[in-house]
Design a protein around this ligand. Structure first.
Ligand SMILES: Nc1ncnc2c1ncn2[C@@H]1O[C@H](COP(=O)(O)OP(=O)(O)O)[C@@H](O)[C@H]1O
Ligand SMILES: [Mg+2]
Length: 357
C-alpha cells in the first residue's frame, strides 16, 4: 500500500493520480488524472473497449492499478477492499437476487451489517421513496419491468449511504423511451440523495444530459475533461468533435488570426494562434448554419429528412457533404446558400489538439 501524504489535503472527494493499468502486457489505461467533488455528477464517456469499466472497477476496489494512487477524502485507498471503501457500485447487469422480494434485496446489505429491524425498515422505505417505488416491498424481482429492476438496484446501493455511487452503463438494457425517463430520474435521485455519482456510458447524449462534468476517454487516455457545454461546443480535438454529436469536420486553411477559408470562401472566425496559411480542420455544428440569400457557400440539397422538430438536410457544397439542421422546411433537389457566424466556427489542428490533451 502506498504511503499517505502527511500534509492536509483540500481537494476532490475522489482523486486519481497517474493511474495506469495493463492486461497481459497491453496498456489499457494510461496516466489517468482527475478529481470528483462532493455531490458532483461525473460521467466517463467513451467508445466500447476504451477502458471505462476497468477504470470504474479500480475506483470500486475490484481491480488494482499497476501504478498511481486513488484518494478518497484525501486518504489513499489503494489496496483497500471494496466493502471498506464507502463506495457502492450499480453494475450493468443489475445482479439482484431473483428469489428475494424487493424489500429483501434492498435490506440485504443492512442485515449483513446487523442493523436493527426498525432501522432497516426505515432505511428501505426511504430508499424506495427516493427511487419512486414506495409500496413495492413485497413484489418479486421477476415481476418487475426492466426500469423497475434498475431502480431497485439503485435503491439497494443508496440504502448503504455510500459517499460515492459508481454506475456502469446502468441504462443500456432499457428501451429508448424508458432510458430518457430514467436519465431525468437518475439526475433527480443524485441531487436528492446528495451523493457523488461516477457514471460510465458510451452514449454522448446521456453524458451531456445528466452530468456536471464529463471525461471523454479514448484508447485508455483522457481526451478532455470539461462541462457538457464545453465538451459539445469546444471539443479540444478531432476525436471529441467526432464522438460527441454529429459535427461537420471540414478541411480548411488558416489565413491569419480571425480569418479562415474553407469550401472556396473566406470567413471571419474567433480563433487565433494557428500557423498562417496552415491546413486546419474546421468544425461546424449542423444547427449552426444560416440558410438563405447572401450566404457565402452555395450548395445543393441532396436529401431532407424531418426529425421531430427539425429538418435534417444533407447539402453538397463543392464535393463536400454537410449535415445541416434547420427548423425551416426545405425539399431535396433544390439549391441553397449557407453562412456561419464567427462564433460558430471552431478551428482545430492535430498538433494543437495534441498540445491540449
Ligand atoms: N480482466 C481482463 N483481462 C484482460 N483484458 C481485459 C480484462 N478486463 C478488460 N480487459 C480489456 O481491456 C480493454 C478495456 O475494457 P473495458 O474496461 O471493459 O472497456 P469499456 O468498459 O470501455 O468497454 C478491453 O480491450 C478488454 O478486452
Ligand atoms: Mg464497460
Amino acid at each position: 500500500m502506498i504511503e499517505q501524504p502527511t500534509e492536509a489535503r483540500q481537494e476532490g472527494l475522489v482523486e486519481l493520480h497517474d493511474i495506469s493499468k495493463a492486461f497481459d502486457g497491453k496498456p489499457i489505461l494510461k496516466d489517468i488524472n482527475f478529481s470528483v467533488d462532493k455531490n458532483q455528477f461525473l460521467t466517463i464517456l467513451g467508445p466500447s473497449g476504451c477502458g471505462k469499466t476497468t477504470l470504474l472497477r479500480m475506483i470500486g476496489g475490484f481491480e488494482e492499478p499497476d501504478s498511481g494512487t486513488i484518494f478518497l477524502n484525501g486518504k489513499c485507498i489503494n489496496g483497500v477492499s471494496p466493502h471498506d471503501r464507502n463506495i457502492n457500485t450499480v453494475f450493468q447487469k443489475y445482479s439482484l437476487f431473483p428469489h428475494m422480494n424487493v424489500y429483501d434485496n434492498i435490506a440485504f446489505g443492512l442485515k449483513l451489517k446487523k442493523q436493527s429491524a426498525k432501522t432497516i425498515n426505515k432505511k428501505v422505505k426511504d430508499a424506495l421513496k427516493l427511487v419512486s417505488l414506495s409500496g413495492f416491498e413485497k413484489r418479486s424481482i421477476e415481476a418487475l419491468s426492466g426500469g423497475e429492476q434498475q431502480r431497485v438496484a439503485i435503491a439497494r446501493a443508496l440504502v448503504m449511504h455510500p459517499q460515492v455511487l459508481l454506475l456502469d452503463e446502468p441504462l443500456s438494457a432499457l428501451d429508448r423511451r424508458l432510458r430518457l425517463d430514467m436519465q431525468r430520474e437518475l439526475k433527480e435521485i443524485q441531487v436528492k440523495a446528495g451523493i457523488t455519482f461516477i457514471y460510465v456510458t458510451h452514449d454522448q447524449e446521456e453524458a451531456l444530459t445528466m452530468s456536471d462534468k464529463v471525461i471523454v476517454l479514448n484508447n485508455g487516455a483522457i481526451q478532455q475533461i470539461d462541462t457538457p457545454d464545453n465538451i459539445y461546443n469546444e471539443p479540444v480535438n478531432l476525436f471529441v468533435a467526432d464522438f460527441v454529436g454529429t459535427n461537420n469536420i471540414i478541411d480548411g486553411r488558416f489565413i491569419e488570426d480571425h480569418r479562415v477559408s474553407f469550401l472556396g470562401a473566406e470567413f471571419e472566425c474567433d480563433d487565433v494562434g494557428f500557423v498562417k496559411n496552415s491546413r486546419v480542420h474546421v468544425i461546424i455544428r449542423p444547427e449552426d448554419f444560416i440558410l438563405g440569400e447572401g450566404g457565402k457557400l452555395s450548395g445543393h440539397i441532396r436529401s431532407a429528412a424531418f426529425k421531430g422538430m427539425v429538418n435534417e438536410l444533407v447539402v453538397l457544397v463543392e464535393d463536400t457533404e454537410l449535415i445541416v439542421r434547420t427548423t425551416t422546411h426545405y425539399v431535396a433537389g433544390t439549391d441553397v446558400f449557407l453562412d456561419v457566424i464567427p462564433f460558430n466556427i471552431h478551428v482545430l489542428t492535430e498538433e494543437k489538439a495534441d498540445e491540449k490533451v
